[in-house]
Design a protein around this ligand. Sequence first.
Ligand SMILES: [Fe+2]
Length: 315
Amino acid sequence: MPPPSSLSRTAVIGFTVVITLIGIALFQAEFANPHPRLLPLGVLIIIVVAFVALERKYRNELNRQQEKIERLMGIKVVLASLIDMKDPYTEGHSRNVRDLTFEFSNFLGLPLEACEEHATAAELHDIGKIGLPDAILKKAGSLQDEEYTEVKVHPRLGAEALKTLRGFESIRNIILHHHERYDGTGYPDGLAGDCIPLGSRIIALADSYDAMLHGREYRAPMSIMEIISALQAQAGKQFDPDLTSAFLKFLHHGVRSGTRDPVCGMPVSAEDSDFVLEKDGHKWLFCSETCMQEFQRHSSKYLLKPEAQHSDSKN
Ligand SMILES: [Fe+2]
């Protein structure tokens, strides 16, 4: 017995054929009639049938494309979770970097298409690590020179893995260059400055931020204030200086709007925080009194300068 979708398709085709034949018959009969009255009705029926057939064809094509996109998205999520399963110290890292990259790209005012492209590249940025030996990836201590040389292959492995996927060309390129440094001392190609794709420069910031915030086996998590100092110290070296200014401004907005405690990085919201500080027209939220006092002690050092505009010429 054919499935219901085949049945309904057969019924629609049959109905279309019958209506078309009636339309043609009316058309011919009216041409033979010296005083045609049904001619407009015949024309109308044929137009309606043509419209219904075209609309159905278009909807089917749209559904097929939608299914294809959903399949691709499913594969992407599976790949990203494979990376996190392979490297237990970075659980959820791919997802965090994806969200941060999307929000920051959006903050920069980039078109939605570019934000989504950067987010996809961010989610898959370390996919090449699947090809690295566990002995290196799960090593608790620092790496030997030859081990580090092996790790440096992962951007190329990741780009290679996505080679056959159509429509992933620029995402591949972003992944390939996510460990380049603004001063040209990164890998794999030693690209410098604006020669590094914008998406890769954005992911470099988001990747480092998330790694510092959550820590690693060999390094304790850092507070947002320590992270801000670390990012500022690398502006123009590891990171694009204009993007770093914009990223700090972006963090400042997130922190100020109460998504995270600026001292310890813990999520905090206006509803559950008893520790609120109003300063320079801004409202800051904390998870404890200790964090609030710590912030007051250091705020002049860490608070950002008013407006560090990002140059749009890098888009
Ligand atoms: Fe990486």
